[in-house]
Design a protein around this ligand. Structure first.
Ligand SMILES: Nc1ncnc2c1ncn2[C@@H]1O[C@H](COP(=O)(O)OP(=O)(O)OP(=O)(O)O)[C@@H](O)[C@H]1O
Ligand SMILES: [Mg+2]
Length: 264
Protein backbone atom coordinates (compact mmCIF):
# COMPACT_ATOMS: atom_id res chain seq x y z
CA UNK A 1 0.00 0.00 0.00
CA UNK A 2 1.31 3.45 -0.85
CA UNK A 3 2.56 5.59 1.98
CA UNK A 4 1.41 9.12 1.19
CA UNK A 5 3.38 11.81 2.97
CA UNK A 6 2.77 15.54 2.97
CA UNK A 7 5.78 17.76 3.53
CA UNK A 8 4.56 20.96 5.07
CA UNK A 9 5.31 23.94 7.27
CA UNK A 10 3.61 27.28 6.67
CA UNK A 11 6.92 28.96 7.36
CA UNK A 12 8.79 29.80 4.15
CA UNK A 13 12.27 28.65 3.25
CA UNK A 14 12.66 25.92 5.87
CA UNK A 15 13.63 23.18 3.40
CA UNK A 16 10.29 21.67 2.37
CA UNK A 17 11.10 21.45 -1.32
CA UNK A 18 14.71 20.41 -0.75
CA UNK A 19 13.45 17.62 1.50
CA UNK A 20 10.75 16.52 -0.92
CA UNK A 21 13.07 16.31 -3.94
CA UNK A 22 16.03 14.75 -2.13
CA UNK A 23 13.98 12.29 -0.13
CA UNK A 24 12.11 11.22 -3.28
CA UNK A 25 15.42 10.71 -5.11
CA UNK A 26 16.89 8.77 -2.17
CA UNK A 27 13.86 6.48 -1.95
CA UNK A 28 13.93 5.98 -5.72
CA UNK A 29 17.59 5.02 -5.67
CA UNK A 30 16.78 2.29 -3.13
CA UNK A 31 14.39 0.94 -5.78
CA UNK A 32 11.18 2.16 -4.18
CA UNK A 33 8.44 3.22 -6.56
CA UNK A 34 8.04 6.94 -5.87
CA UNK A 35 5.67 9.69 -7.03
CA UNK A 36 6.32 13.34 -6.19
CA UNK A 37 3.41 15.78 -6.35
CA UNK A 38 4.18 19.49 -6.45
CA UNK A 39 1.30 21.33 -4.76
CA UNK A 40 3.11 24.67 -4.77
CA UNK A 41 2.38 27.19 -7.57
CA UNK A 42 6.04 28.29 -7.25
CA UNK A 43 6.87 25.02 -9.01
CA UNK A 44 10.23 24.68 -7.23
CA UNK A 45 9.96 20.92 -6.77
CA UNK A 46 9.09 20.59 -10.47
CA UNK A 47 12.17 22.55 -11.58
CA UNK A 48 14.33 20.82 -8.94
CA UNK A 49 13.29 17.48 -10.44
CA UNK A 50 14.65 18.54 -13.82
CA UNK A 51 11.29 19.41 -15.43
CA UNK A 52 10.60 22.86 -16.88
CA UNK A 53 7.47 24.20 -15.18
CA UNK A 54 6.79 26.54 -18.12
CA UNK A 55 6.32 23.72 -20.61
CA UNK A 56 4.22 21.29 -18.60
CA UNK A 57 1.55 19.57 -20.69
CA UNK A 58 -0.47 18.68 -17.62
CA UNK A 59 -0.12 19.74 -14.02
CA UNK A 60 -1.68 19.57 -10.58
CA UNK A 61 -3.99 22.38 -11.69
CA UNK A 62 -5.65 20.26 -14.40
CA UNK A 63 -5.70 17.30 -12.03
CA UNK A 64 -7.54 19.15 -9.26
CA UNK A 65 -10.03 20.81 -11.59
CA UNK A 66 -10.95 17.62 -13.45
CA UNK A 67 -9.45 18.75 -16.75
CA UNK A 68 -7.00 15.85 -16.92
CA UNK A 69 -6.45 12.53 -15.17
CA UNK A 70 -3.50 11.46 -13.03
CA UNK A 71 -2.26 9.25 -15.88
CA UNK A 72 -2.39 12.21 -18.26
CA UNK A 73 -0.64 14.64 -15.93
CA UNK A 74 2.13 12.49 -14.53
CA UNK A 75 5.60 12.46 -16.00
CA UNK A 76 7.10 9.00 -15.76
CA UNK A 77 10.71 8.69 -14.65
CA UNK A 78 11.62 12.39 -14.65
CA UNK A 79 15.36 13.30 -14.74
CA UNK A 80 15.52 13.03 -10.93
CA UNK A 81 14.58 9.34 -11.12
CA UNK A 82 10.95 9.20 -9.95
CA UNK A 83 7.49 9.99 -11.32
CA UNK A 84 6.26 13.56 -11.03
CA UNK A 85 3.05 15.52 -11.21
CA UNK A 86 4.35 19.04 -11.62
CA UNK A 87 2.94 22.48 -11.11
CA UNK A 88 3.34 26.11 -12.04
CA UNK A 89 1.59 29.46 -11.60
CA UNK A 90 -1.66 28.04 -13.03
CA UNK A 91 -2.21 26.36 -9.68
CA UNK A 92 -2.92 29.73 -8.05
CA UNK A 93 -6.23 29.78 -9.94
CA UNK A 94 -7.15 26.34 -8.64
CA UNK A 95 -7.52 27.62 -5.11
CA UNK A 96 -10.40 29.88 -6.14
CA UNK A 97 -11.94 27.34 -8.52
CA UNK A 98 -11.82 24.63 -5.88
CA UNK A 99 -14.06 26.70 -3.60
CA UNK A 100 -16.98 26.11 -5.98
CA UNK A 101 -16.35 22.41 -6.47
CA UNK A 102 -18.03 19.51 -4.70
CA UNK A 103 -15.90 17.67 -2.11
CA UNK A 104 -13.35 20.41 -2.53
CA UNK A 105 -11.08 19.06 0.25
CA UNK A 106 -10.85 15.63 -1.41
CA UNK A 107 -10.02 16.56 -5.02
CA UNK A 108 -6.43 15.35 -4.78
CA UNK A 109 -7.32 12.15 -2.94
CA UNK A 110 -9.98 11.25 -5.53
CA UNK A 111 -7.78 12.16 -8.49
CA UNK A 112 -4.95 9.92 -7.26
CA UNK A 113 -7.07 6.81 -6.79
CA UNK A 114 -6.45 5.30 -10.26
CA UNK A 115 -2.64 5.32 -9.90
CA UNK A 116 -1.97 5.17 -6.18
CA UNK A 117 -1.37 1.42 -5.96
CA UNK A 118 1.51 1.71 -8.42
CA UNK A 119 3.61 3.43 -5.74
CA UNK A 120 5.25 2.65 -2.43
CA UNK A 121 5.84 6.29 -1.55
CA UNK A 122 4.01 9.43 -2.62
CA UNK A 123 5.59 12.68 -1.41
CA UNK A 124 3.67 15.95 -1.64
CA UNK A 125 5.46 19.31 -1.58
CA UNK A 126 3.45 22.27 -0.30
CA UNK A 127 3.43 26.06 -0.45
CA UNK A 128 4.41 28.05 2.65
CA UNK A 129 0.79 28.50 3.75
CA UNK A 130 -2.14 26.59 5.14
CA UNK A 131 -4.72 26.91 2.39
CA UNK A 132 -7.14 24.69 0.49
CA UNK A 133 -4.27 23.19 -1.50
CA UNK A 134 -2.55 22.14 1.72
CA UNK A 135 -5.85 20.81 3.06
CA UNK A 136 -6.16 18.68 -0.09
CA UNK A 137 -2.67 17.31 0.51
CA UNK A 138 -3.43 16.57 4.16
CA UNK A 139 -6.76 14.94 3.35
CA UNK A 140 -5.00 12.59 0.92
CA UNK A 141 -2.09 11.66 3.21
CA UNK A 142 -1.40 9.22 5.99
CA UNK A 143 1.46 11.21 7.46
CA UNK A 144 3.02 14.65 7.68
CA UNK A 145 6.72 15.42 7.62
CA UNK A 146 7.49 18.82 9.11
CA UNK A 147 10.90 20.24 8.19
CA UNK A 148 12.11 22.77 10.75
CA UNK A 149 15.08 25.05 10.79
CA UNK A 150 16.54 25.18 14.28
CA UNK A 151 16.46 28.96 14.69
CA UNK A 152 14.80 31.39 17.03
CA UNK A 153 11.39 31.64 15.34
CA UNK A 154 11.16 27.99 14.38
CA UNK A 155 8.65 27.05 17.03
CA UNK A 156 6.42 30.02 16.25
CA UNK A 157 3.48 28.83 14.20
CA UNK A 158 4.11 25.18 14.95
CA UNK A 159 1.15 25.01 17.33
CA UNK A 160 -1.07 26.40 14.54
CA UNK A 161 0.20 23.66 12.25
CA UNK A 162 -0.29 20.92 14.84
CA UNK A 163 -3.81 22.34 15.48
CA UNK A 164 -4.60 22.15 11.76
CA UNK A 165 -3.34 18.58 11.55
CA UNK A 166 -5.52 17.63 14.54
CA UNK A 167 -8.57 19.29 12.99
CA UNK A 168 -8.05 17.51 9.67
CA UNK A 169 -7.55 14.28 11.58
CA UNK A 170 -10.90 14.71 13.35
CA UNK A 171 -12.97 16.07 10.49
CA UNK A 172 -11.57 14.86 7.19
CA UNK A 173 -8.94 12.17 7.57
CA UNK A 174 -8.81 9.93 10.65
CA UNK A 175 -5.60 8.26 9.38
CA UNK A 176 -3.54 11.43 9.39
CA UNK A 177 -0.69 11.65 11.87
CA UNK A 178 2.61 13.42 12.24
CA UNK A 179 5.12 11.10 10.59
CA UNK A 180 8.19 12.98 11.68
CA UNK A 181 9.89 16.28 12.46
CA UNK A 182 13.02 16.93 10.43
CA UNK A 183 15.76 19.27 11.56
CA UNK A 184 17.08 21.04 8.47
CA UNK A 185 20.01 23.39 7.72
CA UNK A 186 21.50 22.13 10.95
CA UNK A 187 24.61 23.91 12.19
CA UNK A 188 25.86 22.34 15.42
CA UNK A 189 28.37 25.16 15.94
CA UNK A 190 25.54 27.52 16.85
CA UNK A 191 24.37 27.20 20.44
CA UNK A 192 20.92 28.44 19.39
CA UNK A 193 20.62 25.43 17.08
CA UNK A 194 21.15 23.12 20.04
CA UNK A 195 18.65 25.02 22.23
CA UNK A 196 15.91 24.87 19.60
CA UNK A 197 16.74 21.26 18.80
CA UNK A 198 16.44 20.36 22.51
CA UNK A 199 13.05 22.06 22.63
CA UNK A 200 11.88 20.06 19.61
CA UNK A 201 13.00 16.80 21.22
CA UNK A 202 11.22 17.74 24.42
CA UNK A 203 7.99 18.63 22.65
CA UNK A 204 7.86 15.96 19.94
CA UNK A 205 10.03 13.18 21.45
CA UNK A 206 10.34 10.11 19.22
CA UNK A 207 8.68 11.95 16.35
CA UNK A 208 11.90 13.87 15.72
CA UNK A 209 14.02 12.05 13.13
CA UNK A 210 17.45 11.08 14.38
CA UNK A 211 18.84 12.07 11.01
CA UNK A 212 19.61 15.77 10.81
CA UNK A 213 20.16 17.61 7.54
CA UNK A 214 23.29 19.76 7.71
CA UNK A 215 23.63 23.13 6.05
CA UNK A 216 25.37 22.11 2.83
CA UNK A 217 26.03 24.23 -0.23
CA UNK A 218 25.53 21.30 -2.64
CA UNK A 219 21.89 21.08 -1.55
CA UNK A 220 21.46 24.73 -2.50
CA UNK A 221 23.33 24.40 -5.81
CA UNK A 222 21.72 21.20 -7.08
CA UNK A 223 18.28 22.70 -7.99
CA UNK A 224 19.85 25.15 -10.46
CA UNK A 225 21.07 22.06 -12.34
CA UNK A 226 17.61 20.49 -12.13
CA UNK A 227 19.00 17.65 -10.04
CA UNK A 228 18.68 16.23 -6.56
CA UNK A 229 21.98 16.40 -4.62
CA UNK A 230 22.34 12.65 -5.01
CA UNK A 231 22.72 12.99 -8.79
CA UNK A 232 24.64 16.28 -8.60
CA UNK A 233 27.27 15.27 -6.03
CA UNK A 234 26.49 11.92 -4.48
CA UNK A 235 29.25 12.17 -1.87
CA UNK A 236 28.16 15.56 -0.54
CA UNK A 237 27.08 15.72 3.09
CA UNK A 238 23.63 16.83 2.00
CA UNK A 239 23.10 13.89 -0.34
CA UNK A 240 24.35 11.43 2.29
CA UNK A 241 22.06 12.94 4.94
CA UNK A 242 18.96 12.53 2.76
CA UNK A 243 19.94 8.94 2.00
CA UNK A 244 20.15 8.35 5.74
CA UNK A 245 16.72 9.94 6.16
CA UNK A 246 15.26 7.59 3.55
CA UNK A 247 16.79 4.68 5.48
CA UNK A 248 15.28 5.91 8.73
CA UNK A 249 11.87 6.37 7.10
CA UNK A 250 11.92 2.83 5.67
CA UNK A 251 13.05 1.32 9.00
CA UNK A 252 10.33 3.18 10.89
CA UNK A 253 7.67 1.97 8.42
CA UNK A 254 8.87 -1.62 8.84
CA UNK A 255 8.81 -1.30 12.63
CA UNK A 256 5.28 0.11 12.58
CA UNK A 257 4.16 -2.75 10.32
CA UNK A 258 5.71 -5.35 12.65
CA UNK A 259 3.98 -3.79 15.66
CA UNK A 260 0.63 -3.99 13.85
CA UNK A 261 1.30 -7.65 13.00
CA UNK A 262 2.23 -8.46 16.59
CA UNK A 263 -0.95 -6.83 17.87
CA UNK A 264 -3.10 -8.80 15.43
N1 LIG B 1 20.34 21.87 4.16
C1 LIG B 1 20.50 22.93 3.40
N2 LIG B 1 21.71 23.53 3.25
C2 LIG B 1 21.89 24.63 2.50
N3 LIG B 1 20.89 25.23 1.83
C3 LIG B 1 19.66 24.71 1.92
C4 LIG B 1 19.40 23.53 2.69
N4 LIG B 1 18.08 23.23 2.59
C5 LIG B 1 17.55 24.18 1.79
N5 LIG B 1 18.48 25.07 1.38
C6 LIG B 1 18.28 26.25 0.54
O1 LIG B 1 17.46 27.14 1.27
C7 LIG B 1 16.47 27.72 0.44
C8 LIG B 1 15.06 27.33 0.93
O2 LIG B 1 14.92 25.92 0.81
P1 LIG B 1 13.59 25.28 0.20
O3 LIG B 1 13.24 25.91 -1.10
O4 LIG B 1 13.76 23.82 0.22
O5 LIG B 1 12.55 25.72 1.32
P2 LIG B 1 10.97 25.71 1.24
O6 LIG B 1 10.50 25.48 2.64
O7 LIG B 1 10.51 24.76 0.21
O8 LIG B 1 10.66 27.20 0.77
P3 LIG B 1 9.20 27.76 0.35
O9 LIG B 1 8.51 27.97 1.65
O10 LIG B 1 9.49 29.02 -0.39
O11 LIG B 1 8.54 26.72 -0.49
C9 LIG B 1 16.76 27.23 -0.96
O12 LIG B 1 17.56 28.16 -1.61
C10 LIG B 1 17.52 25.92 -0.73
O13 LIG B 1 18.39 25.62 -1.80
MG1 LIG C 1 9.20 25.09 -1.41
Amino acid sequence: MAKILTITNQKGGVGKTTTCVNLAASLAVTKKRVLLIDMDPQGNATMGSGVDKHTLEGSVYELLTDQASAVETRISNCPAGYDLIGSNGDLTAAEVELLQMPRREFRLKMALQPIIEEYEYVLIDNPPSLNLLTVNALAASSGVIIPMQCEYYALEGISALVGTINKINQRLNPELKIEGILRTMFDPRMSLTKDVSDHLLEYFGEKVYRTVIPRNVRLAEAPSHGLPALLYDKNSRGAVAYLALAGELIRRSRQAKNEVLQEA
